[in-house]
Design a binder for this molecule. Structure first.
Ligand SMILES: [Zn+2]
Length: 272
């Protein structure tokens, strides 16, 4: 039972980065990790793109994978906050050929979903990994990329796969793991797991993406523009080098956040 006024959802926090100089402490009421900067978004409408290859192992072409991802992302649509409609929205952008988890600091980007048939080198116990690219000093979210382990999902029902992808979508929208055992955002999959965001999950979404005066003013275009390619050169750049990837600090922050979540998954059985 939670204390009055408490919530079970958690917003991801920069203290969770292994590179953080400020270790996390646990909030006495919510039990969420605190100590750094909570993630936040400047734009509440987020673009997402699906890799054009689809998934050979799942027998899905591009349209088939888009169907799964879009169904998962849309589970977070239409949330009603106390003061109006939630401003979080996902917008499907064109297919991408890029399958690298990267953040271009000076060139165009894409927030990709890539179904990985060859998971070698990645954590075998992770069914999917969301890597969020942030400013580690402020907590501003620049974008997220999601890798999905196709081979581990082959035996699952479509509903269960969509549930897993919806959980990752919650991370894309900035949520951390919930302390509510039946939450869609709970760290470990278990009996009674919600297939849809619970009211508490949606309260977390509202905290991150409160109603805005004019949703139509939101621009979902990724930072520095959209590109379906990896490492797109900077537009109008006279140099011949390819656009740089993330600066070391931001790249490390994103990667380490991913590792943190993967490690936490290992503590349980049948987790995602
Ligand atoms: Zn998770």
């Amino acid at each position: 039972m939670l204390a009055p006024g408490a919530h079970a959802y958690c917003i991801a926090n920069t203290c969770q980065l292994s590179s953080s100089k400020t270790p996390c402490t646990e909030d006495a009421i919510t039990r969420c990790p605190v100590g750094g900067k909570p993630f936040f978004f400047v734009q509440h409408c987020l673009s997402y793109s699906v890799n054009v290859r689809g998934s050979g192992l799942l027998g899905l072409d591009y349209e088939g994978t888009v169907s799964l991802v879009s169904e998962a992302m849309s589970k977070w649509d239409d949330a009603q906050c106390t003061s109006g409609p939630c401003s979080a929205r996902g917008f499907l952008f064109p297919a991408v050929t890029c399958d690298e988890i990267e953040n271009n600091t000076s060139g165009p980007n894409a927030n990709i979903w890539v179904f990985v048939d060859d998971w070698e080198g990645l954590d075998p116990e992770a069914l999917a990994i969301t890597t969020t690219h942030i400013n580690p000093y402020t907590g501003e979210v620049y974008g997220s990329d999601v890798s999905v382990q196709s081979g581990a999902l082959v035996v699952f029902s479509r509903e269960r796969v969509v549930t897993i992808l919806a959980h990752e979508s919650g991370h894309v929208f900035g949520l951390g793991h919930s302390n509510n055992a039946i939450s869609l955002m709970v760290e470990r999959e278990g009996p009674g797991l919600a297939h849809d965001p619970t009211p508490d999950d949606l309260a977390g979404l509202c905290a991150l993406h409160p109603p805005q005066p004019d949703d139509s003013a939101c621009d979902p275009t990724p930072r520095h523009g959209f590109s379906p390619l990896c490492g797109e050169p900077v537009e109008n750049c006279t140099c011949s080098t390819r656009g740089s990837k993330a600066t070391p600090s931001v790249a490390a922050a994103a990667l380490l956040l991913m590792v943190t979540w993967v490690r936490s998954r290992r503590r349980g059985r049948s987790v995602f």
